[in-house]
Design a protein around this ligand. Structure first.
Ligand SMILES: [Zn+2]
Length: 254
C-alpha cells in the first residue's frame, strides 16, 4: 500500500510525498525547506523527485534538494527544467524500486505545453491540470488540448485518488455551484470539504468518481452544465470543447 503525505509549501501548494518507513519520493517540490524538514523529522532518505511541469512553484526546490540527495529527477521531456535528469513523456514508466512503485507517464498538455501526469497504484499526480472541482488555467495550451487532457484523465477508474498541486477546492466548489446550482453531489461535497478545511486538513486527494459527479470541467456534456453555459454566453453551443472553453473563461472572470 502506497503511503502518500501532503507536505505544504507556499500558501496553497502541496508537495506530495510518497514514502515507506525509510524512503521517500516527492512530486513537485516548489520549495525545499518544508520537504527537508519533513524528511529530517521522519528520518527518511529521498530517492526520487518527480515534476509535472516547469512552473517555479513546482520545481523551484529541486536544486536545493539535490544538494543534499543525489537522486534522479523525472519531468516532462519538452519543458525547460534545468534540474531534470530523466526526461519522460507518455509511454514511459517511472519506477522507484526503493518504494516498490511504478508510475505511468501521461501527456496532459494545456496548462503548460508538455505538462505530464504520473499514474499508478491507484493514484494520479496531475499537477495543475485537474484540480478538485476545477482545472488549471490555459497558459501555454489550447482549450482543445486541455479538454483532451481532462478526458484522458476522466477515463481512469472512478476510485483513482487524485493528488492535485494546490488546495483550491473550496473556491472551485463556489464557482461550480454557480454553473450547476442543482447538483446535490456538489452540495454534499461542499459540506464535507468545508469541515475538512475548518479542521486544518487537506481536501485532497479526491476520488475521480467524485470529480466526474461534481467538477464542471469534466461535465461539459451534462445538460444542466450546457444550459448554464448557454445562458452565460447568450448563445447556443453544445460542442464539448466550446462548452469547456466557455466555463474556463467564465471562471477566469469570476
Ligand atoms: Zn502551474
Amino acid at each position: 500500500m502506497l503511503e502518500v503525505v501532503a507536505v505544504s509549501a507556499f500558501k496553497d501548494n502541496y508537495v506530495w510525498t510518497l514514502r515507506d518507513a525509510t524512503h521517500a519520493a516527492v512530486v513537485d517540490p516548489g520549495e525545499a525547506p518544508p520537504v527537508l524538514d519533513y524528511l529530517a523529522r521522519e528520518k527518511l532518505k529521498l530517492v526520487a523527485i518527480l515534476a509535472t511541469h516547469h512552473h517555479p512553484d513546482h520545481v523551484g526546490g529541486i536544486a536545493d534538494l539535490l544538494r543534499k540527495f543525489k537522486v534522479p529527477v523525472y519531468g516532462p521531456k519538452k519543458e525547460p527544467i534545468a534540474t531534470l535528469t530523466q526526461p519522460v513523456s507518455e509511454g514511459d514508466t517511472v519506477t522507484i524500486p526503493a518504494l516498490g512503485v511504478a508510475l505511468e507517464v501521461l501527456d496532459i498538455p494545456g496548462h503548460t505545453r508538455a505538462h505530464i501526469a504520473y499514474y499508478g497504484a491507484g493514484a494520479l499526480f496531475c499537477g495543475d491540470t485537474l484540480f478538485a472541482c476545477g482545472c488549471g488555467r490555459l497558459f501555454e495550451g489550447t482549450a482543445e488540448q486541455m479538454y483532451a487532457s481532462l478526458e484522458k484523465l476522466r477515463a481512469l477508474p472512478d476510485d483513482t485518488k487524485v493528488y492535485c498541486g494546490h488546495e483550491y477546492t473550496l473556491a472551485n466548489i463556489g464557482f461550480a455551484k454557480g454553473v450547476e446550482p442543482g447538483n446535490a453531489a456538489l452540495a454534499r461535497r461542499e459540506e464535507r470539504d468545508r469541515d475538512l478545511r475548518a479542521a486544518g486538513k487537506p481536501t485532497l486527494p479526491s476520488r475521480l468518481g467524485e470529480e466526474k459527479a461534481t467538477n464542471p470541467f469534466l461535465r461539459c456534456t451534462e445538460p444542466a452544465v450546457v444550459e448554464s453555459v448557454n445562458k452565460y454566453l447568450g448563445t447556443r453551443v453544445s460542442d464539448p470543447v466550446r462548452v469547456f472553453a466557455a466555463i474556463r473563461e467564465w471562471k477566469n472572470r469570476s
